[in-house]
Design a protein around this ligand. Structure first.
Ligand code: UD1
Length: 424
């Protein structure tokens, strides 16, 4: 079994660069289906979720040349299937991002029901209701969603019940070739949505309003392949800024827009963390105790659920008590029980975590519960007494490229190791 081992308490400081955003790269890859020919994506993170999306595309007939670690040439001219296999979709919920592009290109799609992180029900009812408004008919057979638009796709106004990232993206992609104008009301505003809209527009689409709650898409007849650079990963950046906040020494993060972390940085300042920022870099350090601060997760520009776990580790060491409210996913407190085993004092009441700060954490054996929870626990290991051993690290590899190496470059005593299974 592969594990990560950390010896806590060593000085961690310096500079790291983040990769392109996982949550953008996956959707940009899916969008290439709509522009037959070769699209080049640069700044693509080399992570396992990207590998899974690559397999999804190859499976329907795309060719992918890996030009270098961070550059993919995706040729979708030969895509001739609209069916995505269960064994891939089941690995990653984001595979459902091919639904919109396949409907756009073929007027039909068969996509397995989503799998991925076990972080809540994560249904796709809003994707389905929105697509139905555009003329798509759905049937669920044997765990697969069969979608077809027998009369073509027609623009409509869709008001989302909740500003869902995935539903906004699927609707944006499905409506690119729809007749007339589609309006997505209460659209998600995440920077990754803006990145996708930018690439679609470079390809010849007419998408306006991305980044605001109302997105308008005027149907066009075709898209052409382009070269596009994936936006920097604000969540990877936030994770490394949390390292500086946690250990106290300055950590500088490059390759992303601090504006994309607006509320996180504001909350961190309220927590007693010093922040310095430029247009594409940010530095975090701390020379006073952590101040307890209530946090509640909300769609962008609110506090991102993807930074909640890392922030819980900081608050677990604050001087006093506070409440974290998780409004996006119902099962994103899974790290709390592992953190408690490391000495934290956290109780969960529904979608609230009541965190009483403790003076220190101690290393032990812990499991990564999910992607961000796993990364957060690694952060906790950096400041824990003794050695922490993490299992189930495949969750971390889904979304962080070279996490161990980057932390080691900052001075952390961290390594990957093989241990016998019975030590788990
Ligand atoms: C994306 C991100 C994820 C991030 C999340 C919120 C990717 C690959 N993942 O996930 O990292 O944490 O945005 O910022 O981009 N929901 C429904 N019905 C739907 C759609 C969503 O009930 O049709 C619910 C989900 O179960 C969840 C909430 O709405 O509770 C938010 O989901 P959504 O914004 O769609 O997140 P994802 O796109 O899955």
């Amino acid at each position: 079994m592969e594990v990560i081992q950390i010896e806590g308490g060593h000085r961690v400081a310096g500079e790291v660069s983040v990769e392109g955003a996982k949550n953008s790269a996956l959707k940009l890859m899916a969008a290439t289906i709509m522009a037959p020919g070769t699209t080049t994506l640069t700044n693509v993170p080399n992570i396992s979720d990207v590998h899974v999306m690559g397999k999804v595309l190859k499976n329907i007939g795309a060719r992918i040349d890996v030009v270098n670690e961070h550059e993919l040439r995706i040729d979708t001219a030969g895509v001739d299937s609209w069916e995505t296999p269960y064994h891939l979709v089941a690995q990653m919920r984001a595979s459902t991002a091919v639904l919109g592009p396949l409907l756009s290109r073929f007027g039909r799609a068969i996509v397995a029901m989503p799998g991925g992180c076990n972080i809540g029900a994560r249904s796709i009812d809003m994707h389905i209701l929105g697509l139905e408004a555009l003329g798509v008919e759905f049937e669920v057979r044997h765990g697969n969603i069969h979608a077809s638009a027998p009369h073509g796709l027609t623009g409509a106004t869709v008001t989302l019940n909740f500003a869902s990232v995935g539903a906004t993206e699927n609707l944006m992609m499905a409506s690119v070739f729809a007749r007339g104008v589609t309006t997505i009301d209460n659209a998600a505003r995440e920077p990754e949505i803006v990145d996708l809209a930018n690439m679609l527009n470079e390809m010849g689409a007419k998408v306006s309003g991305a980044g605001s709650p109302v997105i308008e898409i005027e149907g066009v007849s075709e898209l052409r392949p382009v070269e596009h650079r994936v936006v920097g990963d604000r969540i990877e950046a936030g994770t490394f800024l949390a390292v500086g906040a946690l250990t106290g020494e300055p950590v500088t993060v490059r390759g992303f827009a601090p504006l994309h972390l607006g509320l996180v940085l504001k909350k961190y300042e309220q927590m007693g963390i010093s922040i310095e920022r430029g247009t594409d870099w940010c530095r975090a350090w701390r020379d006073r105790p952590l101040v307890p601060t209530d946090i509640q997760t909300l769609p962008f520009p609110g506090f991102p659920t993807d930074m909640q776990a890392q922030t819980m580790v900081l608050l677990a060491l604050a001087k006093g008590s506070c409440v974290i409210t998780e409004n996006i996913f119902e099962n994103r407190f899974m790290l709390a029980s592992e953190l408690t085993r490391m000495g934290a004092d956290i109780s969960i009441e529904g979608h609230h975590a009541i965190v009483h700060g403790v003076d220190g954490l101690s290393g032990t054996q812990v499991k990564s519960p999910d992607l961000r929870g796993g990364a957060a626990l690694v952060l906790a290991g950096l400041v824990s007494d003794g050695i922490t051993t993490f299992s189930d690290i495949h969750h971390i590899d889904r979304g962080y490229e070279g996490f161990v190496e980057k932390l080691a470059s900052l001075g952390a005593r961290i390594r990957r190791a093989e241990i016998p299974d019975d030590q788990d």
